[in-house]
Design a protein around this ligand. Structure first.
Ligand code: ATR
Length: 286
């Protein structure tokens, strides 16, 4: 038994993702969407061990709220300040984990073979929860320099202070073009460019020709930012892979099998996405 804690969860693609892997590996099991109101969260979490859950994923709006309920926090979840996977051991104890950072890096490495964090600088657009997971991922991977630019600069400054690393600096939102000159990796973690949201006004013309542009928005799959990157000959990485890769460790926890993100899974999920209402970015969970 496994599932997804959120409010709401009916839109979620997670049950399809885990059902696909269960079918590939011939595993019997259940992945249950658990729509839990914020004021019922603690009760719901405490009930999971006696209901036989091996673990659950956590999505909006509960990712931060479950943190104080955990017996232990994995260091990456601690650094991100949010939990998207609760592991439940045989004694019913909770460990809070976060697989967004590893999902982000795994998809980057799969999409851009040979990508190296060391000797490289990244520009992060946005300063919300998704930005924090991406920053932690890049810091853990050994990035040399991180610049955060956010519409509200004070939020970017708070994020930089919380991560407390000399490798991080903050740029004004209006300076996002000029600071992109020596940047090897640009990541959009804002909701701009998502279906139903305003577009992201970004000019990629100053970026080096071997730079990578990563948009964690996955609806549409090819955002205007990624289309612009392709026109310039830059490597474009979309948000769907991050969404799928962040599920890999969850499935491994639930079943003991580490599944693959391959082309047939991507096609399967694209088909599911085309029928689902557009919603959010990869870091908010499928
Ligand atoms: P998440 O947890 O998914 O990162 P969030 O905390 O709501 O979501 O953050 C959304 C991000 O998109 C923020 O960086 C937000 O900028 P502000 O912090 O300044 O609000 C950014 N964002 C949303 N709408 C925007 C807009 N119209 N222009 C610029 N940035 C925008």
């Amino acid at each position: 038994m496994a599932g997804l804690l959120g409010w709401p969860v009916s839109h979620s693609l997670s049950p399809r993702l885990y059902a696909y892997w269960r079918q590939v590996h011939g595993i019997d099991g259940h992945y249950v969407p658990l729509a839990v109101r914020p004021d019922h969260l603690e009760q719901a979490v405490r009930a999971l061990p006696v209901l036989g859950f091996r673990g659950v994923n956590v999505t909006v709006p509960h990712k931060e709220a479950v943190v104080p309920l955990m017996g232990r926090l994995h260091p990456t979840a601690q650094a991100i300040g949010a939990v998207n996977l609760i592991a439940i051991d045989a004694k019913g104890r909770f460990e809070g984990r976060n697989t967004d950072a590893e999902g982000f890096i795994a998809h980057l490495r799969q999409s851009v073979p040979g990508w190296k964090a060391t000797g490289s600088a990244a520009l992060i657009l946005g300063a919300g929860g998704a930005a924090r997971a991406v920053c932690v991922a890049l810091l853990e991977a050994g990035i040399d320099r991180l610049i955060i630019a956010n519409r509200h600069t004070d939020r970017a400054e708070r994020l930089a202070r919380a991560l407390d690393q000399p490798r991080i600096s903050v740029a004004g939102w209006a300076d996002r073009f000029s600071v992109s000159r020596d940047i090897g990796l640009l990541v959009n973690t804002t909701s701009l460019g998502m279906t139903g949201q305003p577009g992201l006004d970004m000019n990629l013309s100053l970026m080096p020709t071997d730079a990578v542009v990563y948009d964690i928005v996955y609806a549409p799959l090819k955002t205007e930012l990624l289309a612009q990157a392709e026109r310039r000959g830059l490597q474009a990485v979309d948000g769907l892979g991050m969404l799928l890769h962040q599920g890999v460790s969850s499935f491994e926890l639930y079943t003991g099998i580490r599944p693959r993100v391959d082309d047939s899974l991507i096609e399967h999920m694209k088909a599911a996405l085309s029928k689902a209402p557009a919603r959010t970015t990869a870091a908010e969970g499928p």
